[in-house]
Design a protein around this ligand. Structure first.
Ligand SMILES: NC(=O)c1ccc[n+]([C@@H]2O[C@H](COP(=O)([O-])OP(=O)(O)OC[C@H]3O[C@@H](n4cnc5c(N)ncnc54)[C@H](OP(=O)(O)O)[C@@H]3O)[C@@H](O)[C@H]2O)c1
Length: 261
């Protein structure tokens, strides 16, 4: 029976690179993302052309029943999901409280935390029945530190962290390995950071600190660590991990006065 790795939020950054690395390790990877059909097809075709197995579909994870239906579908049509990477962020840029709407705040929670709750409710009974499985939640600095302008993002990601800890407490003993992965810095990710900054600022940042300078976290390197996490012995599981470029200050040391308002 083939191992399935399901990726919710597979753009060209962390999600897509997880797909490539896990496919290379023999997993059938199932990719979902919200909107970019040609981006999704490109990733799937690249993996299949290099001898891996990949499939997937577009899906807006915040819509009712999408995550639930997806899990039942993959389990029934493809096989048992042994690894799931929940890779949706909840970043909407820095906003003062007066500029943040309730709808945006609510959207952050849906993407940041509610999605993991919905996923776990449906997938964990399958995994428990089989005696094991892995959930890796890609997270961010905002999960451990509130910052100016980050009301929505920090609330959503902080709640994500607490949900992962609580799920761990109940399901670790049942064989499910849950990892909260804190990405503490900017990732060289064209579909998220790239779109948020715009093409010019993104390329400038890449030239100034990224590329051969290695000051932007390379998503393929995060993906390699994710694969390693799935292979850990249960006597020494990692439940939380953080990633940051060698040249960056860690979240607990970074000054917060470098924002525009
Ligand atoms: N990029 C960074 O600098 C950075 C920094 C710190 C933490 N992180 C964390 O890294 C994770 C994202 O990884 P990444 O930045 O490398 O991005 P990525 O894997 O390249 O792409 C993530 C994908 O998630 C999809 N997505 C967003 N909302 C969705 C929804 N409602 N339903 C389904 N799919 C949805 C987007 O698809 P579409 O493009 O099709 O809309 C996007 O392409 C997040 O958890 C984020 O918190 C990223």
């Amino acid at each position: 029976m083939q191992n399935i790795c399901l990726i919710i939020g597979a753009g060209a950054g962390v999600g897509g690179n997880v797909a490539k690395v896990f496919a290379n390790d023999g997993y059938h990877v199932y990719l979902t993302r919200r909107s970019d059909e040609s981006g999704l097809k490109k990733l799937i075709d690249t993996i299949n052309a290099s001898g891996g197995k990949a499939s997937g579909k577009l899906m807006n994870a915040i819509k009712d029943n999408t995550i639930e239906d997806l899990i039942h579908e993959v389990e029934k049509d493809l096989g048992p999901i042994s690894v799931v990477v929940y890779n949706l962020g909840a970043q909407i840029g820095n906003k003062k409280l007066e500029d943040l709407t309730l709808k945006q705040f609510d959207l952050g929670l849906k993407m940041g935390t509610v999605g993991i709750f919905r996923l776990s409710k449906i997938l964990f009974p399958y995994m428990v029945k089989r005696g094991g499985g892995t959930l890796i939640a890609t997270s961010s600095t905002a999960s451990v530190r509130g910052n100016r302008g980050q009301h929505s993002h920090a609330a959503a990601m902080g709640a994500r962290r607490m949900l992962c800890q609580t799920l761990n407490d109940e399901f670790s003993i049942k064989g499910i390995h849950i990892v909260h992965a804190i990405i503490d810095g900017a990732v060289d990710a064209p579909d998220t950071l790239g779109k948020m900054l715009g093409p010019e600022a993104y390329e400038k940042l890449r030239k100034e600190v990224g590329l051969e300078k290695d000051g932007l976290i390379l998503p393929e390197k995060i993906a390699e660590s994710y694969l390693y996490l799935t292979k850990q012995h249960r006597s020494a599981w990692t439940h939380e991990i953080d990633f940051r470029a060698f040249s960056d200050q860690p979240w607990w040391n970074t000054a917060t006065d470098n924002y525009n308002f």
